[in-house]
Ligand binder design. Structure first.
Ligand code: NDP
Length: 507
């Protein structure tokens, strides 16, 4: 992450002092703790250690790992408030938002541990007509060590989508949290180490490296079996370039510009609530947050009235009654201000807030309407509590505009009768019908995007397979009736097999 914008508070940017940097509370700018900036040599050593631990972890088998991950889950729940405090202090988000993040992560951890054997364990598959003398099996062994690079906006939930699934699949993990949330990374790893120790094991199965982009880049080049990245599209490209050097496979989870479509038969109260919460909770710093709303003309006035009323009631602040906290990353203040200015200059109307809403370190809710589709508030990720609401003649036009972006992460559709039909036509990885972001809380569903939002999936069966490599095995049960895979095959064998294929596939 580049720190170039207006600071949230004096000296609020992490400062490098020798080989250390400070983690700060974005609400006050106060230093919470300092952490080492790990260089490539250190990262490589951690990956070597992880490789040794990976052997032990793999030996535990699915059942052993399930038990130990269960111990971790219980400890996370026991320390929920303590961990939520760490998340809240490093991101500035309200404590209950931090608790919610932990609750969701714990549920994913439980699902991954419970389902890993069914999804990844060796199973028999049909050998097919031509190889009917073979027993064919498929399994998904782990890579060994997986590198995980995470963002700061959901510093538990987001990386845990990779960490929990990678561990359940049998890998050791080296985790590089964002420079803004190193304490959260350590809290997660410490809890896991404590759970292992309580069970009598002292193994570095989950380790943390801290620092800036260079530390992340070193992890990409360290020889890990796979690298799971969550962050911005620009950094995702750099991660791929670094991983390409060793042909290290990558999982790329990037940003989004998620639309919310409101059709004529929508429940307008529910849609307005979803637009405001989906767009503004966590100060809008949500990869699958609502950024663009398209509402069909017949219900637009009614919908806008409801959105405005709700957005007026929402407030940023550091006190316990605030709905959301500050912008965690100071540079984001300039991005939001720039998008509001650009939209207003191009003719958009501010229904709630405006330029004055940006007052460091907070941004108060902003609702813009009649926003030209070439405004940066429509074309670029905002990552702030700003939503655009544009009128469209019908759902058809809403779909066209929703799809007119290089991103393709999530979406929401509000319609009593046509929700799933509209959802099927959206170019994105996840859609919530008559809801918002709900897909992220269903552990069985894969999470990920298309286009500039990245590729690969966390969560669900796909998320488990993402952290394993398919291994196919055939074992001969008896000699083949027609033997063609040998230099000693005769012309008769070839005639017989071609006749067989003609009979089966040629008609
Ligand atoms: P960044 O891309 O700035 O950083 C992400 C991570 O990559 C950080 O840990 C960062 O370290 C690290 N990094 C930076 N440079 C490099 C490099 N050259 N090589 C390797 N790693 C590097 O994203 P943010 O942290 O600002 O997160 C916000 C972005 O994340 C948004 O675009 C958001 O949409 C996206 N996101 C996507 C999600 C998804 O699941 N699709 C979920 C959550 C967020 P450092 O912080 O130290 O610079």
């Amino acid at each position: 992450m580049t720190q170039t914008g207006t600071p949230a508070a004096p000296d609020a940017q992490p400062s490098v002092a020798g080989a250390r940097f400070d983690s700060l509370d974005p609400r006050t700018g106060e230093v919470i703790k300092s952490y080492p900036v790990h260089d490539a040599e250190h990262v490589n050593a951690m990956v070597v250690r992880a490789g040794e631990a990976a052997g032990w972890w793999a030996e535990q088998g699915f059942a052993g790992r399930r038990t130990l991950l269960g111990q971790w889950r219980k400890l996370l729940v026991k320390r929920l408030d303590q961990l939520a405090e760490v998340v809240s202090s490093e991101t500035g988000k309200p404590l209950d938002d931090a608790r919610l993040e932990l609750v969701l992560a714990v549920d994913h951890l439980a699902w991954a541990a419970r389902h890993a054997e069914r999804v990844l364990g060796r199973r028999k598959v049909g050998a097919g007509l031509l190889m009917s003398n073979q027993r064919a099996t498929l399994s998904y062994p782990p890579f060994g060590v997986v590198g995980v690079i995470g963002p700061w906006n959901y510093p538990v939930f987001t990386p845990m989508g990779s960490i929990a699934y990678a561990l359940a699949a049998g890998n050791a993990v080296v985790f590089k949290p964002s420079e803004l949330t190193p304490g959260v990374g350590h809290a997660l790893a410490d809890t896991f180490a404590d759970a292992l120790r309580a069970a009598g094991h002292d193994q570095p199965v989950l380790q943390v490296v801290t620092g800036f982009g260079e530390t992340g880049a070193a992890l990409c080049r360290s020889g890990v079996g796979k690298l799971a990245f969550t962050g911005s599209t620009a950094t995702g490209r750099r991660v791929m370039v670094a991983c390409a050097e060793n042909l290290t496979p990558v999982l790329i989870e990037c940003g989004g510009k998620d639309p919310l479509i409101v059709d004529a038969d929508a429940d307008l109260d529910a849609a307005a609530d979803a637009a405001v919460w989906g767009g503004m909770s966590n100060a809008g710093q949500t990869c699958v947050g609502v950024e663009r709303v398209y509402v069909v003309e017949p219900v637009a006035d009614e919908f806008l009235r409801r959105v405005v009323a709700r957005a007026h009631a929402v407030r940023a602040g550091a006190d316990p009654s605030a709905d959301f906290g500050p912008m965690t990353m100071p540079a984001q203040l300039d991005v939001v201000a720039g998008q509001v200015r650009d939209a207003l200059d191009k003719g958009a109307h501010a229904l709630v807030g405006g330029m004055a809403s940006v007052r460091a370190p907070y941004v108060e809710p902003v609702v813009l309407t009649d926003v030209p589709e070439d405004s940066t508030a429509i074309t670029q990720e905002t990552f702030g509590p700003l939503i655009t609401v544009n009128r469209v003649p019908d759902a058809e036009e809403a779909i066209t505009r929703a799809n007119a972006t290089a991103y393709g992460l999530g979406a929401s559709v509000f319609s009593a009768k046509h929700g799933e039909e509209i959802a099927a036509r959206l170019r994105c990885g996840m859609v919530a019908v008559n809801g918002v972001i709900t897909f992220a809380g269903v552990p069985a569903l894969p999470f990920g995007g298309v286009g500039d939002s990245g590729f690969g999936r966390i969560h669900g069966e796909d998320g488990l397979r993402e952290f394993a490599r398919a291994q196919a095995v055939t074992r001969q049960r008896f000699a083949p009736p027609i033997s063609v895979m040998t230099f000693t095959r005769g012309k008769r064998s070839m005639r017989r097999i071609i006749a067989l294929v003609r009979a089966v596939h040629g008609r």
